[in-house]
Ligand binder design. Structure first.
Ligand code: FES
Length: 129
């Protein structure tokens, strides 16, 4: 028997296998991945937001939040591996926060939402689960 120990969601877990872990991985075609999930697209447009200087904000990076563009904690159950981007504006400002979640300048819109891969992608809709 072999024991495989792995860290999953910040907890160490152990598996005891009856045959070598490599044979088990190959035979079952099981795989482990450290690649975080891709965000869903809650909006194909940015959100115009009045930010207050010195106030902490958490911008949703997973797209599952019902309080877009801000985090409501949905990533904990629907997008493990993603976490909100916390930021603190220095002064009051009106800004455009990304709604598609694919900006290269988070949390701000950089125009990526105009690209074809966003415009042709399905819009995420919330379920009650
Ligand atoms: S809304 Fe995401 S880049 Fe504009």
């Amino acid at each position: 028997m072999n024991t495989l120990t792995a860290k999953v969601d910040h907890k160490w877990i152990s598996f005891t296998l009856r045959r070598s872990w490599m044979a088990t991985m190959v035979a079952s075609k099981a795989h482990f991945s450290t690649i975080p999930p891709q965000p869903v697209i809650p909006s194909k447009k940015p959100f115009k937001v009045d930010l207050v200087g010195g106030k902490r904000y958490s911008w949703c990076t997973c797209g599952h939040s019902k309080k877009q563009p801000f985090c409501d904690g949905s990533h904990k159950s629907k997008a493990q591996g993603l976490s909100p981007l916390r930021f603190l504006p220095e002064k009051d400002a009106t800004v455009w926060l990304c709604g598609c979640k694919y900006t290269s300048n988070p949390p701000y819109c950089d125009g990526t939402h105009k690209q074809d891969f966003i415009q042709s992608a399905p819009l995420h809709t919330h379920t009650n689960s």
